[in-house]
Design a protein around this ligand. Structure first.
Ligand code: ADP
Ligand code: MG
Length: 628
């Protein structure tokens, strides 16, 4: 037996490890199972190249709780270590890594990713154990070794009688960490971090039904046998080739990832690249509500099938964080801050690659089955529209598949839309006027008017649509967007049905004076328009620009305009050819005039959804009076 002092200049490293990584001490299990996996994969490699002349067999890893003995065992059948190797890899190398770690992170980070990267992986065991043993037998023809360390820099190393190849790590769980002797806790950790690791992991046993015998009697009772409980799926879908996977396989994998999720994904995108960086994964488009905060099952980030985090901010382009699925890449630096991550060249490339892949997939879905794509549009539009706004590379490609639905469920691409409205939706400068509604219900009367004129009306109802429209107008100079209830609409309609006013100029100005006296001046600009007499006598429109700016202020956009408080301003459009206009003009009774204007204004407000509260109550009361 030999004893010695671990090669370390920092007097006592363990309290430091505990302190730095306190919040994440559960990762010890991930680290130890990763080491066991590494050891097994190394052996596989060595046997495959003929370096190790042993039978690889079908090795697995076992995690075992010994509750009475207060011990946790992690046992592998990997390549093992000789006593010399323990000395080298555990005593020397690991601690030089530790020093580097401490040097670098003395007073800052405690990112859980650090540990493996600085060779501190094994020592994370001391976050939960007061004493750690390694019993290991190398695949080489050398005696087994037994290393023991109680958390002080002193260790012992002696020969052991283990004969089967591999390593057993024994953690004597510390009094303040007894939770790690609970079965449910270990199961939870294995499921969280090791669910897709490449070597089968056994944890306990389970009952499995035996097949029913052919000659089973009527009253046959199912019999069970006790079998090993394997906790992981060593070959998850993302590690396979797309050609080997069916639609059903992708859906099954989604269920495996999100067992509590009952909705099926809309479609998936298989990522697979090995140059200039290595990345695999599967992303899913879930059904999306327009409430972007809702989403809780996030994209999971793995490194070589080991779960790292579900915070992929900075790695996946921002507009795609609402997607679900898995990304696996050994090339993403984990031991760095988010801001560093954004500056990292590889990470930027990964993010761009994902954007491109998603755009390509959308394009091919659109081309292969446009019908189906249109059906899914409402569930994906929010992500795509957000992508157009936030990711120039995505915006460039969006023309190929982004759709603009009409209120009648027709779907245009931008190019198709331009073509469809060229004939009769231009303003006096020859600009294309795109009419849109944001709500079919509340803007119903306005949609109706526009449709009667034969105009196409889009239905653009995402919360960020005002930003998108602003951008589209910037990039398509010959286009202007106008909501059906905005002020531009009367210009368009007017052009079409240029009507001759039934009122003389004098009468017009008299009517205007009367109206301006009776409606609140600060809110309404009175505008007289000679329209078809069938059109509503009073109509409220909103200046498109003001409304849009206001909406943009509400939905963020980086507080682009820095002002949230636009005044409420509307146009009151009065149809001078309507009977009501004539009646108001020709009655001499002031109170009748006032009653008519009030009622008409309220009706116009109802059409805009503007009549609320006290005003609405008063209106209802007044209307009942009228029909008495
Ligand atoms: P890393 O895994 O990043 O190399 P660790 O501290 O986790 O750092 O492990 C240090 C070294 O100890 C490993 O590189 C490996 O050589 C050795 N080791 C740890 N666990 C095992 C094991 N289960 N079987 C064989 N070797 C191991
Ligand atoms: Mg390790």
């Amino acid at each position: 037996m030999s004893t010695g002092k671990i090669n370390v200049s920092v007097e006592n490293i363990f309290p430091l490890i505990k302190k730095f990584l306190y919040s994440d001490h559960e990762i010890f299990l991930r680290e130890l199972v990763s080491n066991a996996t590494d050891a097994t994969l190394k052996l596989k490699h060595l046997t495959s190249i003929g370096e190790a002349k042993v039978d690889y067999g079908s090795p697995r890893i076992e995690v075992k709780i010994d509750k009475e003995g207060k011990k946790l065992h992690i046992i592998d059948q990997g390549l093992g270590m000789t006593a010399d190797e323990v000395e080298k890899y555990i005593n020397q190398v690991a601690f030089s890594g530790a020093e580097e770690f401490l040097e670098k992170y003395k007073d800052s980070a405690k990112d859980s990713g650090i540990i493996g990267h600085f060779g501190l992986g094994f020592y994370s065991a001391f976050m939960v154990a007061s004493k750690v043993e390694i019993i290991t037998k190398s695949y080489k023809d050398e005696p087994a070794a037994h290393w023991t360390c109680d958390g002080s820099p002193e260790f012992t190393l002696e020969a052991a009688d283990k004969t089967d190849r591999g390593t057993e790590i024994i953690l004597h769980i510390a009094e303040d960490s007894l939770e790690f002797l609970e079965e449910f806790k270990i199961r939870e950790l294995l499921t969280k971090y090791n669910k897709f690791m490449p070597i089968p992991i056994k944890f306990g046993t389970k009952q499995q039904a035996l097949p029913k015998p052919e000659d089973a009697p009527e009253d046959y009772k199912t019999e069970y046998e006790e079998v090993d409980n394997i906790i992981n799926n060593p070959t998850p879908a993302w590690t396979k080739q797309p050609v080997d996977l069916t639609d059903e396989d992708y859906k099954n994998f989604y269920r495996e990832l999100y067992p509590m999720q009952f909705e099926e994904p809309l479609f998936n995108i298989h990522l697979n690249v090995d140059y200039p960086f290595n990345l695999t994964g599967i992303l899913y488009f879930p059904k999306m509500s327009s409430d972007m905060q809702m989403q809780k099952d996030k994209i999971q980030l793995y490194q070589n099938q080991v779960f790292v985090t579900d915070n992929v901010e900075g790695i996946v382009p921002e507009f795609l964080v609402m997607l679900k699925g898995v990304i696996d890449s050994p090339d993403i630096p984990l031991n760095v801050s988010r801001s560093y991550l954004q500056a990292d060249g590889n990470v930027k490339k990964i993010s761009n690659y994902i954007t491109r892949k998603v755009a390509d997939k959308l394009k091919s879905l659109f081309n292969e089955n446009r019908d189906d794509f249109e059906k899914k549009w409402n569930d994906i539009k929010i992500v795509l529209e957000y992508g157009m706004l936030s990711e120039p590379k995505f915006y460039e490609k969006a023309g190929d598949f982004v759709l603009y639905p009409t209120v009648d469920d027709k779907y245009y691409t931008l190019a198709e839309l331009k073509e469809a409205i060229t004939a009769n939706q231009t303003d006096k400068n020859g600009k294309l006027v795109v009419l849109y509604a944001s709500n079919k219900e509340t803007q119903h009367s306005y949609i109706d008017i526009a449709k009667e004129k034969g105009y196409e009306v889009l239905l653009l109802d995402s919360p960020i649509v005002s930003h998108l429209i602003q951008k589209l107008e910037q990039d398509n100079e010959n286009m202007t967007f106008t909501r059906v209830d905005s002020d531009h609409i009367d210009k368009l309609i007017q052009k079409e049905d240029a009507q001759i006013s039934k009122l003389s100029e004098d009468e017009s100005s008299k009517l205007k004076t009367v109206l301006e006296e009776l409606v609140p001046k600060a809110t309404y600009t009175v505008q007289l328009e000679p329209m078809d007499s069938a059109m509503a006598p009073f109509m409220i429109t909103q200046p498109e620009f003001m409304r849009r700016m206001k909406e943009m202020g509400q939905t963020g956009g980086g507080g682009m305009f820095g002002m949230g408080n636009f005044p409420e301003m509307y146009n009151l459009v009065v149809n001078t050819n309507s009977e009501l206009a004539a009646t108001i003009l020709h009655t001499d009774d002031k109170s009748t005039q006032e009653r008519l204007v009030k009622q008409a204004l309220d009706l116009a407000k109802i059409s805009q959804g503007l009549l609320k509260g006290e005003e609405l109550t008063a209106f209802v009361k007044r209307s009942f009076e009228l029909i008495k």
